[in-house]
Design a protein. Structure first.
Length: 206
């Protein structure tokens, strides 16, 4: 089993490449790499094209113009004999090893893919041109996280279509794959803004 850590984003909302910021004495990406190593045989790290610093990964590749392009670049570097592939966002440094184990186990039990998810607690509305057009039933909604695990052959076939999506589960779904949900972790937040680096609750999870 191999893991792909996606660290090629520009961090526009953060104001810089958040994945290389310091967090509790290590870079954000280093926490994510260490979490993947807790379960994976090897790790591919996808970095921005202009990033030339040495990294603690088995293979380092340059990312593409979109997230899906970057995952495809990482997938090309994963050995052909890998049966399961994990995809994890570098900006989620708080993911616990148990979360990785849960999604991998779901794939090994027959799912094409598995994603961790948490319940949506806010009221969600669909808006068009500044006006509310629908209020969605939050009982049917979840917020999806990474790590996400996939049968390697299914993920390769799905990405070969060139579909663009905000996560790899959507790529597999578009190809007709069966993606299951495992319980996510509310502490597994994504670093999006600078304030996200300062939460004592998050730091206690490291």
């Amino acid at each position: 089993m191999w893991a792909i850590v996606v660290a090629a984003g520009s961090g526009n909302r953060f104001g810089g490449q958040k994945q290389f910021e310091q967090l509790e004495g290590r870079r954000v990406v280093d926490w994510s790499l260490a979490a993947c190593r807790s379960v994976a045989d090897g790790v591919v790290l996808v970095v921005p094209p202009d990033h030339d610093a040495p990294e603690e990964a088995d293979i380092v590749v340059n990312g593409g113009a979109t997230r899906s392009d970057s995952v495809r670049a990482g997938l090309d570097a994963v050995p052909a004999d890998a049966a399961v592939v994990l995809v994890h966002d570098a900006a989620r440094p708080f993911a616990a090893p148990a979360l990785f184990q849960a999604v991998v186990e779901a794939v090994r039990n027959g799912a094409d893919g598995a994603v961790p998810a948490v319940a949506v607690t806010d009221t969600i509305k669909r808006v068009a041109d500044g006006r509310v057009v629908a209020t969605l039933d939050r009982a049917e909604l979840v917020a999806v996280q990474t790590p996400q695990a996939f049968a390697a052959e299914v993920l390769r076939r799905a990405h070969a279509s060139g579909v663009e999506a905000t996560d790899d589960a959507a790529v597999v779904e578009a190809a007709g794959g069966r993606v299951v949900v495992v319980p996510g972790d509310p502490a597994n937040t994504k670093i999006t803004r600078r304030a996200d680096l300062g939460s004592s609750e998050q730091e206690s999870a490291l």
